[in-house]
Design a protein around this ligand. Structure first.
Ligand SMILES: [Fe+2]
Length: 358
């Protein structure tokens, strides 16, 4: 099969033609999907982030690769929830799908050409009608042609037999994907693909976005999703879309103590802490001579002591200053010679209301 230098592409507004092309080839080109303005702003965001947060860019000799632009440059959301891509992915996936990974790559000029680094990101999911587990979209942020590095794919029928590299290249040939900045290509990450490095003075920038099925294993452990998307976004569908939690996100949320829910939906419960203070006289400024504290925790032990020297409060007034509220005062008319009062003094009951997450 001859090599093609330019991927054929159905019209951008013809979803069914694109789905049919994908079914036959496991990819579909989406020329000029992003506007010039969007491309310019995304490139500015990359420049800004490489300058401000160089430590966030993984290195292959250069600061060239970052999977966490959602943390610092929210603009990149336009590449993830690009309306046409979402519609096409939904059509191909056949139901609900969710976000998996965002990565941005800046590939520097090269003094030498290198052959295509053919690989499959993940195996095919053979139970899916299109054998599609993880669709991936790549956007070009720089013009790509014969004189630049370029994404390359070997077309294969979506439901066809999975061949080894040599067999697939023999059957499907090679497509070098060229396009202006803003062009995109959607493909099955299980299809045989790679980057072709050319001897060139020009750098290349791409954005890669992966999607997945909600119930399937996570694609990767590299992209952190900020709470503004999975927890605080006003649209529940967006929260669901960003709600697939890989191990990296789970670990970070636990370590950083990021609550799963906030705002009105957060179920706050109130429980009552009780403090019994026994004072020498009915005055709130009298010396405390006994104390009992009841913590509202199942299984907690109530400490009653009349001898402790390390009481938190010397007087009831001290406790009030510390935020306790008196909810019962001692009976001022109690006979002073009452044996119990002799021993325990005058009992004040105080409370603090404590909020906790249900
Ligand atoms: Fe890949």
């Amino acid at each position: 099969m001859p090599s093609l230098i330019q991927a054929p592409a159905p019209a951008l507004d013809d979803l069914e033609a694109q789905a049919a092309f994908f079914q036959a080839n496991s990819y579909v080109a989406l020329p000029n999907l992003l506007s010039r303005g969007q491309v310019a702003r995304l490139n500015e965001a990359i420049d800004r982030d490489r300058e401000r947060h160089p430590f966030m860019w993984y290195c292959e000799g250069q600061r060239d690769y970052n999977c966490n632009l959602l943390l610092t440059e929210p603009l990149f959301e336009i590449t993830i929830r690009q309306p046409h891509v979402l519609a096409l992915v939904e059509r191909l996936m056949g139901g609900a799908f969710c976000f998996e990974e965002l990565s941005v790559r800046h590939t520097e000029p090269s003094h030498e050409a290198r052959p295509t680094g053919w690989h499959r990101d993940r195996p095919h999911w053979l139970e899916h009608p299109l054998h599609l587990d993880y669709p991936q979209v790549i956007y070009y942020l720089t013009d790509v042609d014969e004189g630049t590095h370029c994404f390359t794919i070997s077309p294969e029928p979506a439901e066809g037999e999975v061949l080894d590299k040599a067999g697939q290249l023999e059957r499907g040939g090679t497509v070098y994907f060229y396009g202006q900045a803003g062009s995109a290509i959607l493909f099955n990450a299980a299809a045989l693909h790679g980057v072709t490095i050319r001897e060139t003075e020009r750098h290349r920038r791409i954005v890669q976005v992966y999607y997945g099925h909600p119930q399937r294993p996570c694609l990767s452990e590299v992209t952190l999703i900020p709470p503004r998307l999975w927890r605080d976004h006003p649209d529940p569908e967006v929260r669901r879309f960003y709600g697939k939690i890989n191990r990296y996100n789970r670990l970070m949320r636990q370590a950083m103590e990021i609550a799963a829910v906030t705002g009105p939906e957060r179920k706050k419960a109130v429980r009552q802490r009780l403090l019994y203070l026994h004072a020498a006289t009915p005055s709130i400024r009298a010396q405390v001579i006994g104390i009992a504290q009841h913590e509202p925790v199942r299984g907690s032990v109530t400490q009653i002591t009349t001898e402790g020297q390390e009481w938190p409060y010397a007087t009831v007034h001290d406790a009030v200053v510390d935020g306790w509220q008196v909810i019962q005062f001692p009976d001022q008319r109690a006979p002073f010679d009452d044996r119990e009062i002799d021993i325990l003094g005058y009992e004040f009951i105080l409370q603090q209301l404590e909020e906790y997450d249900e």
